[in-house]
Design a protein around this ligand. Structure first.
Ligand code: SF4
Length: 435
């Protein structure tokens, strides 16, 4: 096993390929691709600039809507969004919009093209908790609009799910680091290794003079499967596998810290995108076999089609309509099998290792260490329409998965952009009243 197996799969365009692809775009008057993009990127606009070789202008157009294009260009479900809506898609000749976006963003980073003129940071002071897609988007948008923004991150590296959740072969950490450097260059400050709710509370942040606080902490608590035997050794959360494999790939921990031994027979319970990431990571870590266990049918699977197909290509097996009733252990207390209902009746299916990928929910560390922030019965933060994204506590906002439940990167970004606008309106109004 070596780290090369985690190398990015989806190769980039060369300049010639990118320009040739861009030239195929019809620059439609009423572009359906844009309607398919959750953040309504001006797709024909940037593709047109790219087709003429104007990389800087192409990037400036993308940046009007996105702070993370090198990431979106890689991990967005393009076939469901922009590309799937392109007029040429039905003929099987859809423009490869994701790869073009990624090309422009990578070119910009490599060539250091964009040097934005930034406003003075005089509009107010905003704290952003969490540095995943939502936090980075809010921070980037507000910094561009003249706010002094500080991101508080509990881990030693910023990026949240981008850094520790999405595997290297889909999203190289180098790309994440470079996108974060660009956000930093907008004047955003980062405080790392700082768990809000533990090292500092929301109340203390207000005492430090923040005008508004944004909670973008996502869904950090993975759900457990409540069946007999669930405490056996060898039953691990997928998010833990992905985190450990990620830091192993960055040479931060040794191989034996990754909870999977070579040759093991692996079962993944759940069939969403995290399950696909865990399955494909298990393949790369040298599992003997990998099976995804799902209680519904293939048609009900929540994973993105392309991820599912890649998993199939890599040899992952799928056990449809299979519900785990019990985990069975050996004499050492380690899992050895599941007992499950299957289309052929009840069966014992042997596994050496089980990874759970049945969803996650928000942690309550922040809301339990302050007052006035209401959550629903499952822990999701309740927010208002006006100002957009404000919680039940004045000046505290929330967005992304911690409000809307786990979604894709771009949907977290979309929600975060609206909340950034809500924060700007709120802070401006408060300052006006104070004046
Ligand atoms: Fe270009 Fe397709 Fe969008 Fe038309 S729909 S502007 S062809 S990418």
């Amino acid at each position: 096993m070596n780290n090369n197996t985690f190398k990015e799969i989806n190769e980039s365009f060369t300049i010639k390929e990118a320009i040739d692809e861009a030239k195929r775009c019809l620059n439609c008057k009423n572009p359906s691709c844009k309607k398919g993009c959750p953040i309504e990127n001006d797709i024909p606009g940037f593709i047109h600039q790219l087709s003429m070789g104007n990389m800087g202008d192409a990037m400036a157009i993308i940046n009007e809507k996105s702070n993370l294009p090198a990431i979106c260009g890689r991990v967005c479900p393009h076939e469901k969004q922009c590309q799937g809506h392109c007029v040429l898609y039905a003929k099987g000749k859809g423009i490869q919009i994701g790869k073009l976006e990624r090309f422009v963003a990578d070119f910009d980073t490599d060539m250091n093209l964009i040097r934005e003129r930034l406003p003075q940071k005089t509009r107010g002071k905003v704290a952003v908790i969490g540095s995943g897609p939502a936090g980075l988007t809010v921070a980037g948008d507000l910094a561009r609009q003249g706010f002094n923004v500080t991101i508080f991150e509990g881990q030693s590296e910023p990026g949240g799910v981008l850094m520790y959740g999405i595997p290297e072969y889909r999203l190289p950490k180098e790309v994440v680091n470079k996108e974060i450097k660009k956000i930093e260059a907008l004047g955003v400050n980062f405080v790392l290794n700082c768990l809000v709710g533990k090292q500092i509370t929301i109340d203390q942040m207000f005492e430090q003079g923040y005008d508004a606080i944004f909670i973008g902490t996502g869904t950090a608590l993975p759900k457990a499967l409540d069946v007999p035997g669930s405490k056996l050794r060898g039953i691990v959360q997928s998010s833990y596998l992905l985190h450990m494999a990620s830091i192993y790939n960055q040479n931060i921990v040794p191989r034996d810290m990754v909870p999977l031994e070579e040759g093991e027979k692996v079962g993944i319970i759940g069939c969403g995108n995290v399950a696909m990431d865990a399955a494909r990571t298990a393949v790369r870590m040298g599992a003997g076999s990998v099976s995804v266990i799902y209680h519904k049918t293939e048609a009900d699977m929540p994973a993105i089609q392309s991820e599912y197909q890649e998993a199939v290509k890599e040899g992952v097996q799928f056990l449809w309509q299979t519900s785990t009733l019990e985990f069975l252990g050996n004499e050492e207390g380690k899992v050895r099998a599941i007992r499950a209902t299957t289309p052929d009746g009840e069966k014992e299916i042997p596994f050496d290792r089980i990874f759970l990928a049945i969803g996650s929910r928000p942690a309550n560390r922040i809301v339990s260490t302050t007052t006035g922030i209401d959550v629903d019965e499952t822990g999701y933060v309740i927010v208002k329409e006006r100002p957009y994204g404000m919680t039940t506590r004045k000046g505290v906002f929330a967005g992304g998965d911690v409000v809307h439940r786990p979604h894709t990167v771009v949907l977290a970004m979309k929600a975060a952009k609206q909340v950034a606008a809500g924060i700007a309106q709120y802070v401006d109004a408060v300052k006006l009243l104070e004046a």
